[in-house]
Design a protein around this ligand. Structure first.
Ligand code: OGA
Ligand code: MN
Length: 234
């Protein structure tokens, strides 16, 4: 089944003003070094208690260097051909994404297919949708907080980041003071599932908000190669 990109995201409308969230992020507590070592790519808000941290660690994982530079280059070569004639989209205020182009890719050349299969076998215990979603975010682009539609996507979303690091922020839908930032390095893989996928909305921060543990993370153009599990009924 094709993914129906126009339907996959439902933009989350915030119940509380953004300023409340930003004031938290500036006051982010630093935990001891040994604590960071457990999940070095996650930064929790001060209101995130130990039990929630533990659940998030199990449901939002980042694996650094999932692909090497050669594999990244091969993927980019195939994707540049695919994107050659399409333009970045900025226009619509209600879109979940600003400054992007995207495609669904059903097939890959043999070399890249091996990488996609490695992703599938590594991140999913079930089958995945045949079409791989590729999202090319411009340097000045960002993804606003949203949930992937439960009608078009199952419990696991996993993506490889090409070209640039970025910050994905997950904010608890019922309790927005609970949030976590995930540092997604270039060539890493993230796996978001279960509570991280259903109880939190997710977003990719714009370059001017892109900080992790107080350090600026410069986001340039970023391409993500994303697989999703199918919704339960399909
Ligand atoms: C999406 C999305 C994340 C990413 O397209 O719904 O959340 O890694 N993408 O690009
Ligand atoms: Mn999404």
């Amino acid at each position: 089944m094709a993914l129906c990109l126009t339907n996959v995201r439902s933009t989350w409308r915030r119940a509380i003003p953004l300023s409340a969230i930003y004031s938290h992020s500036k006051a982010m507590c630093f935990s001891p070094a040994e604590f960071h070592a457990i999940s070095p790519n996650l930064e929790f808000s001060p209101d995130c208690d130990e039990a929630m941290k533990e659940r998030l660690r199990g449901n939002m994982k980042v694996h650094e260097d999932f692909i090497n530079a050669e594999e990244e280059k091969n993927l980019l070569e195939e994707l540049e051909l695919k994107f050659k004639r399409s333009r970045y989209q900025y226009d619509h205020w209600d879109d979940a994404i600003h400054g992007y182009r995207e495609t669904e890719k059903p097939t890959w050349n043999e070399v890249n297919n091996n990488v996609i299969n490695r992703l599938r076998n590594f991140a999913f215990s079930t089958t995945t949708m045949q079409h791989v979603h590729v999202l090319d975010l411009a340097e000045n682009g960002h993804i606003k907080p949203h949930l992937d539609s439960i009608k078009f996507c199952g419990n696991t979303i996993s993506g490889i980041s090409l070209l640039s690091p970025s910050i994905m922020r997950l904010i608890h839908i019922q309790r927005p003071e609970i949030f976590v930032k995930a540092l997604l390095p270039r060539r890493s893989l993230y796996i978001m599932k279960d509570i991280a996928r259903y109880d939190f909305n997710h977003e990719i921060l714009s370059n001017n908000e892109s900080f992790f543990r107080g350090e600026k993370v410069t986001k340039t153009r970023r391409i993500s190669v994303i697989c999703r599990s199918p919704p339960p009924s399909s």
